[in-house]
Design a protein around this ligand. Structure first.
Ligand code: SF4
Length: 446
């Protein structure tokens, strides 16, 4: 009761942490913890005081990396080599902790006043070692405080997280759906239980090399290798006013904006939004990060994107094999892809602004497919980006791998998966990699 009165008087102090990435490779490809930043906004609106430690912030107030930032705000993370988990011991690559040095993190939490509650987010399922390490350190420092773990790993691997993470509570799904109720049930004073969908709060950053914007969440497609439908079962677009508030905020702080929607062009408001961006005369360069759905690209949209100052366009192709396109969800055909590339070029996008994701390693997929897809991109003069398949729980493809909820998420690592399965150790793997080095760019974020 005493605590409750103090909370009401001074506000609950919430510490939010975005953990390190533990992996063989990582790159800051407009990577911000959007879910955690939405939690920040929700908590602020509910009367909490919020503090953020983002271990992956390359402009962290606690540690300045000297890695180069490219013209579009992206760059390499600082890293430290760490011991590999046993499972990875035969992989001839360094396993690394990406983000601020661990020593700095410990110094920062040692200087902090004790928070009332701690929120830790999680991203890729196989990055959980970074999540566990953060929880271990924070629990060591503040043993009496509750740690709530949320995010993608927590949602997709709940049983694993509950058993091994060390968090007091594992929260699954979007924060807007139930986080404030949970806090209220735990007896924290919550001044609103709004279920409105809110945009991420970027004001917690001191410096930004780029901003990230969501105009919607969810996706109407059901690709067999993607868990978006499980994570966000409903497609929802954000109110225009919130989006423009974000744009104005970013316009004063940085010059690059990446749209991070899963289905940006499915959002019926996007054309209108582009017209308003053009009218607003912002001093911003825009990018799409997740692959766009080619079928929604028409001449008007392509012209508007050019005029709005889009500098990089990522398209989804994944494969040129029509059978695989259909079997995996039918989100794109090669004809639609070719038409989209032609339209983008016709309205004036230079070929080297156009990038294409190509997926390889889907169970049963022939390597020749990846080679054919890369060759097509080369013929068109655009950039192919190879994405190694990662088995994701609650997807159709996951079932085919034979993995289940008891499988250690380290098995989901795309590099490990590609290495683990004998058919993927084929010399064709080397050929694919060789082809990519002939691409018009060496800027492959993978
Ligand atoms: S279109 Fe993209 S986001 Fe939607 S289900 Fe397919 S892969 Fe996932």
């Amino acid at each position: 009761m005493i605590f409750h009165t103090i909370y009401i008087k001074y506000g609950v102090r919430a510490l939010l942490i975005n953990p390190w990435i533990y992996d063989f490779k990582a790159f800051d490809f407009w990577n911000k913890p959007l879910g955690l930043l939405i939690v920040a906004r929700l908590l602020k609106e509910a009367g909490f005081k919020v503090e953020l430690i983002d271990c992956l912030d390359r402009r962290s107030p606690y540690f300045q990396t000297n890695t180069r930032t490219d013209d579009y705000g992206r760059g390499k993370y600082y890293y430290e080599v760490v011991d590999k988990p046993k499972l990875y011991k035969n992989i001839a690559r360094y396993y690394k902790r990406y983000g601020i040095p661990k020593k700095i993190f410990v110094e920062v939490i040692n200087r902090l006043d004790e928070p009332d509650i701690i929120f830790v987010t999680s991203s890729m399922t196989y990055w959980y070692p970074g999540v566990f390490e953060v929880i271990r350190l924070i629990k060591e420092k503040f043993p009496r405080r509750k740690v709530i773990l949320g995010g993608i790993y927590a949602t997709l691997c709940k049983t694993h997280a509950e058993k091994y993470s060390g968090a007091d509570i594992v929260f699954t799904g979007p924060a807007e759906q139930g986080l404030l109720e949970l806090l209220s049930n735990l007896d924290y004073p919550v001044s609103t239980k709004s279920t409105a969908w809110l945009l991420p709060d970027f004001s917690l950053y001191n410096k930004l090399d780029y901003g990230v914007i969501l105009t919607s969440r969810g996706c109407p497609f059901h690709c067999t290798y993607c868990a978006t439908n499980f994570l966000f079962p409903e497609f929802k677009s954000f109110p225009e006013q919130q989006i423009f508030e974000q744009l104005i905020f970013f316009n004063q702080r940085c010059s690059n904006i990446a749209f991070f929607d899963d289905a940006l062009l499915y959002n019926k408001n996007f054309t209108l939004l582009l017209k308003k961006i053009i009218a607003g005369n912002y001093n911003l360069k825009f990018h799409t990060s997740n692959g766009l759905h080619c079928r929604y690209i028409n001449k008007e949209l392509a012209e508007l994107m050019l005029k709005a100052n889009f500098k990089t366009i990522y398209l989804s192709l994944e494969t040129t094999n029509p059978e695989v396109q259909k079997r995996t969800g039918g989100k794109v055909s090669t004809r639609e892809f070719l038409k989209a590339v032609k339209l983008l070029k016709t309205v004036g996008f230079p070929a080297d602004a156009i990038h294409t994701y190509i997926l390889y390693g889907i169970p049963g997929q022939d390597y020749q497919e990846a080679i054919a897809s890369i060759n097509l991109c080369h013929q068109l003069g655009i950039h192919p980006h190879l994405c190694e398949f990662s088995p994701i729980p609650f997807t159709e493809e996951y079932k085919k791998t034979g993995f289940d909820e008891h499988t250690d998420p380290l098995f989901h690592n795309n590099l490990f998966y590609a290495w683990f399965y004998p058919e993927y150790k084929n010399e064709l793997y080397q050929r694919i990699k060789g082809l990519l080095t002939q691409s018009p760019t060496s800027q492959d974020p993978g």
